[in-house]
Design a protein around this ligand. Structure first.
Ligand code: SF4
Length: 101
């Protein structure tokens, strides 16, 4: 499983990118019925590129499952956490929707 990001390769991928790609790997595992042991995050900004390999560890799996449980609780409870203005919000594709709450 390869997660492709059209962005400048970082020194190390942010943890959020690893969790996101781990979730995709788990979905691929479920969909195709095959065990996924590792995955890649590939960064490419058109000038430079770099791939990082990850092992789909128990820790990553547990964190993805914990996140899914948290999201389900938010949806079922209809209790949205207050959106905080953070630096990363500026580049978020959901900014206009999120900030409209
Ligand atoms: S704007 Fe994006 S990153 Fe910021 S809180 Fe909303 S969804 Fe999260």
């Amino acid at each position: 499983m390869v997660e492709y990001k059209h962005s400048t390769p970082p020194e190390r991928p942010p943890r959020g990118h690893a969790y996101q790609a781990a979730a995709y790997a788990m979905l691929a595992e479920e969909h195709f019925g095959k065990t996924v042991r590792s995955f890649y995050i590939y960064y490419d900004d058109g000038c430079s590129s770099k791939a990082f390999k990850f092992t789909l560890t128990k820790h990553l799996r547990d964190h993805v499952r914990w996140t899914v449980r948290k999201i389900r609780a938010i949806i079922e409870g209809e209790d949205l956490p207050r959106a905080e203005r953070k630096k990363k919000c500026a580049n978020c594709g959901y900014y206009r929707i999120c900030r409209g709450i």
